[in-house]
Design a protein around this ligand. Sequence first.
Ligand SMILES: C[SH](C)CC(=O)O
Length: 268
Amino acid sequence: GNAKSVAEQVNRQLIGIDPGAGIMKSANKAIADYDLKDWKLVEGSGAAMTAALDKAIREKKPIIVTGWTPHWMFAKYDLKYLEDPKQSFGGEEQIHTVVRKGLKADHPDAYAVLDRFEWSTDDMAAVMGAIQEGKKPEQAAQEWVGAHASQVDQWVGDAGKADGKALKLGYVAWDSEIASTNVVKAVLESRLGYKVTALQVEAGPMWAGIAGGDTDAMVAAWLPTTHEEYFNKYKDKVEDLGPNLKGTKTGLVVPAYMDIGSIEDLNK
Ligand SMILES: C[SH](C)CC(=O)O
C-alpha cells in the first residue's frame, strides 16, 4: 500500500502549548499561510507538549510540536525545525525585559539590575537543563548564580540594598522563562536583599499585570514577532528595557527521524 503522508501520520495535528502564548498565534498563521487544510493546533501547556513529545519519541512515532530555542528538548532529543520559507514564525528574535512605569522611581536599584540583566542561550539552557534533570527552579537558579558570580557582578554593579522590600515578577510556565525568572529572583534576593515573588500567570495577564502596575517586571517578552500583539497593545503603558537574551527562535519542531523538511511539505 502507499505510505501514509505526514499529514495522515499525525492526524493533521500540531501539538501546541498554552493558548495565550505568542507561538500559538504564529502556528495559526502558518496554518493559514501554508494553506494547511483541516489541520488542528492542539492547545495545552508547555509541560503537556514536552510530555507528548517524549512519548512519541519513546515510541518512535511521528509528532509535530510548537518549539523554541533555547529549550532543553534540543539537548535531550534529536530534533529539527521545519523550514518556514513564508516566515510565519518570524526570524531570529530576542527576549526582552519589560517593567512597569514608575519602577525606576520606586526601585532604582532593582531597575538598574533588571536593565543590565543579559545572558546567553547557553546560560539559559544550562539552568533549564538542571531543572529538567530534577532540580527545583529556585535551587537551579541559585546554583547558577553562585557559579557565575563575576557575570552576576556585572548585572549588580553598585546597586544598593533593599532590606527586604517586596518585588513581584510575572512569568508564564514556559521552561525558558521558569529558568530566567528564577535567576533574576535569585539575584535580586541574594545580592540586593529583595523579597521577590515570582507570579506564574498566562501570557495575557502577565503583560496586563505590568501595564496595570500590579507586577513590577517580567523577563519574558518575545520580540519583535512572537509577542508583537501584546507589545502593540501595551507599549505605551510599560517600559521596555530591551533584550536580556538574543538569538531565540520559534517554529514547528519534529523528531529528526521524520521524513519531512519544510512546513510546505505538510500540504502533500
Ligand atoms: C513559549 S515562548 C516561544 C513565548 C510565547 O510563545 O509566547
